[in-house]
Write a protein that binds this ligand. Sequence first.
Ligand SMILES: C[S@@+](CC[C@H](N)C(=O)[O-])C[C@H]1O[C@@H](n2cnc3c(N)ncnc32)[C@H](O)[C@@H]1O
Length: 268
Amino acid sequence: MVDKKKPGLDMQVTTLWDYPSQNYGDGKQGDVNYAGATPSYVIWNLLKRYTQEKALVIDPMCGSGTTLDVARDLGRRALGYDVNPTRKDIFRVDARKLPLEDEKADFVFVDPPYGTHLNYSDDPRCIGKLDAAEDGYYQSMEQAIGEMHRVLKPSRYMALYVSDSFVKGKGFFPIGFRLFGILCKYFTPIDHVAVVRHNKTLEMGNYRKAADEGNFFLRGFNHLFIMFKEPAQKPARTSEKSKEANKGKHRGARPWGRKPGGHKPKKN
Ligand SMILES: C[S@@+](CC[C@H](N)C(=O)[O-])C[C@H]1O[C@@H](n2cnc3c(N)ncnc32)[C@H](O)[C@@H]1O
């Protein structure tokens, strides 16, 4: 990530987010040298919009701790986990089995590995060792997403930040949409944002030439999926007659039929 001039930090108001630096302000959030560090303004925008002071923010794949630094900057409480902790305030934990009681968190942010191109650690539990072309990656991510759902309080938000991938000789892997499909089994979609990437490689001549000549595209944006955990529903009082009429109809958790604009973000 190129660390260019830092403009002031404003709330993003469209579904195309852009900020030309890894960190904001004079301080540091996470470590710009950590391969795959999340741009801190992304987390700043989410926490400003969806949480209040003292809210408990969780990052189950915390990396260099960007989420912890942003959360504390904003007066939120934060807990970070990773199979490869890079600092003392991150707990060595597998995101597929979080050591947290049900419904404790006010917000969950996660920026998971998406393929084997970065070697985060030698820990065999690292999901970055699983090829995103294979089902095993999505099965592991579903376990982690299930845990995020379990620890999040009802009526709260979570966000997942991820890129698709193009591998020369193998083709395009729509990782974002596959993970979005899994997220929708657990949560209600609130929005989908495209976050402009400022990775150094995007500006390098040899990468650009290879993309041009090879008829493929360099990844210019990351997906940011913003999701909502519905409050627990009271068991419906259903008569025998309506049970019979509804037999065979799909009653899954996917809320595609919700009224557009019917959702009002609420800070916790
Ligand atoms: C893209 S990085 C996260 C970057 C982080 N948001 C930051 O700003 O530094 C993905 C992280 O997921 C961690 N990870 C991979 N598999 C994991 C697992 N099973 N449980 C917890 N963390 C895992 C990796 O060690 C790596 O630090």
